[in-house]
Design a protein. Structure first.
Length: 399
């Protein structure tokens, strides 16, 4: 009876402690409490900058540069999508842009002039877009860095980083949470043996702390050690992390290519990142001549109604508005999903080539050794649990 009660107490303590300790690595996402001392923030979101940079760096080392990713996304297909998406909407886009730039001037243009503008833009656009995308591709590694992508999509959004790690390590995290149950039962057996020798309460606490710490250490080894299948007599050893490698790689690449490295994000990051002005200058070099060519049928009326400075400003305004409108099709969910499937396939094949040892070398540095904090947390809880179990037994002589 005594063993059953002690085992139940310490098993519950063990499960609660390991569950809370593992959860505390990820939750809460933001600091909860009274800053800067009283409160807590999950270790992963708190160290998002270090962990995210390490993780992305390791993944991109296998896949290549941002330009390589863009190549895999197929610039020709991207160009075709832009042309096919913009052509049917050309009159609508031109009218919206011109109304925003100078509504009065657009209203006085004859319908045949407006039709000529649509026609000229439609016929020239298929030549301009491939050249524009080609120049962006050539300079892509200078226009957007992997550090900026990491910052925007993982560091500034630590919830995404937590989601990525939790999905990839789902089985391992579940194991570390549940391992407290058998650890508590073993600690209870040790406590029962100790009580037969009439040791003081703190001995029970130290014994339980030792069992909990050793159990946490072994649990971490079960997850991360033995990357290659090992044998000892009839027993085989293979770390949980590596048993689940193929599935984890597929989950990670799906999230990575669906939410982080996407065509939409690459376009947005090149325009809004530190080199956004450089990207817009490249686009302007291609779009300005296109706008000037398209507006040529209306130039006689425009020059008559507006000064030279106003005409130049009008062309600039039309160019800026055209840039924003022209890139909208690259943010369409259906198109991004289509490209995501292609990128995911590329990422998966490159990541599946990793040996278990290489895979471990990719994952462990990203965690930064924070998994070892489970040991002191379990040891402290084991000491408290062991002492509490001893006092409970002393105060319940019927056990």
């Amino acid at each position: 009876m005594k063993l059953v009660v002690l085992a139940a107490i310490l098993a519950v303590i063990g499960y609660v402690v390991t569950s809370v300790a593992v959860a505390a690595m990820f939750r809460p996402i933001t600091f909860r409490g009274i800053p800067p001392i009283f409160g807590w923030r999950g270790l992963v979101p708190a160290k998002a900058s270090v962990i995210a940079h390490r993780l992305v760096e390791q993944i991109m080392t296998r896949v290549g540069t941002i330009r390589d990713v863009w190549d895999h996304a197929d610039p020709t297909r991207i160009s075709e999508h832009l042309v096919l998406s913009l052509r049917p909407r050309m009159p609508e886009i031109v009218e919206d842009v011109c109304l925003d730039a100078d509504a009065t001037l657009w209203d006085i243009l004859p319908d045949d002039v407006k039709t000529s503008i649509y026609t000229r833009l439609d016929e020239r656009m298929p030549e301009v877009i491939p050249k524009l995308l080609g120049e962006i591709e050539e300079n892509l590694d200078d226009l957007v860095s992997i550090d900026y992508i990491t910052k925007v999509h993982l560091i500034d959004q630590p919830g995404m980083l937590v989601r990525l790690i939790e999905h990839v390590g789902h089985k391992e995290i579940l194991f570390l949470k549940r391992v407290g149950l058998p650890i508590g039962i073993i600690a209870a057996l040790g406590s029962l043996i100790g009580n037969t020798t009439h040791q003081p309460w703190w001995v029970d606490g130290i014994a339980a702390a030792t069992v909990f710490a050793a159990g946490a250490f072994l649990a971490i080894q079960v997850v991360f050690a033995w990357p290659e299948l090992g044998k000892l007599g009839p027993f085989t050893f293979h770390g949980l992390l590596y048993q689940n490698q193929d599935n984890a790689v597929r989950v990670a690449t799906r999230i990575f290519t669906r939410d982080i490295i996407t065509v939409s994000n690459l376009v947005r990051d090149t325009l809004e990142g530190p080199s956004g002005h450089q990207t817009r200058e490249i686009i302007r070099r291609h779009v300005t001549p296109l706008v000037e060519y398209g507006m040529q049928p209306a130039m006689r009326i425009i020059k008559k109604e507006r000064s030279r400075e106003q005409v130049a400003r009008l062309i600039d305004d039309l160019t800026d508005a055209a840039i924003d409108q022209a890139l909208e099709p690259l943010h369409e969910p259906t198109f991004n999903r289509e490209r995501q499937i292609v990128l995911e396939d590329v990422f998966v094949h490159k990541m599946l080539d990793l040996t278990p040892t290489q895979y471990g070398a990719l994952i462990r540095p990203a965690l930064g050794g924070y998994e070892w904090m489970l040991i002191p947390v379990c040891a402290a809880a084991g000491f408290i649990g062991g002492a509490a179990a001893f006092l409970f037994e002393i105060n319940n002589p019927l056990l």
